[in-house]
Design a protein around this ligand. Structure first.
Ligand code: SF4
Ligand code: SF4
Length: 101
């Protein structure tokens, strides 16, 4: 730790996280939604493992995001190995469907 200039265990907390980290209190209350580039999508279905059950595959095996369930965590975008998923701003209809309890 000393070789790396770390002087206490407290300094280690969060050190592996990307910088800068957006402070929790400055996060936007308006969640983005996952969006798919079907030209890049291989139809592997991996994104359908969304922990919020927000992604369903259609009959062609292509994913679609449910605006009522997607909380904008972006896990799917980070895990898609073809780079087919990005996060975008919600349109007014999608915004109205975002119900947070
Ligand atoms: S993880 Fe990516 S490539 Fe696989 S189905 Fe989802 S969007 Fe398509
Ligand atoms: S952004 Fe999060 S909640 Fe939304 S579809 Fe992707 S994994 Fe699910």
């Amino acid at each position: 730790m000393q070789e790396r200039g770390i002087h206490s265990m407290k300094e280690l907390i969060g050190i592996a996280q990307p910088h800068p980290i957006t402070d929790f209190m400055t996060l936007s209350p308006i969640k983005k939604i996952s969006s798919f580039n079907y030209e890049l999508c291989s139809g592997c279905g991996n994104c359908a493992r969304c922990p919020y059950l927000a992604i369903q595959l259609d009959e062609r095996g292509l994913p679609h995001s449910d605006p009522a369930l997607c909380i904008g965590c972006s896990i799917c975008a980070k895990k898609c190995f073809t780079g087919a998923i990005s996060m975008r701003v919600r349109n007014p209809d999608e915004l109205a469907l975002l119900i947070e309890n």
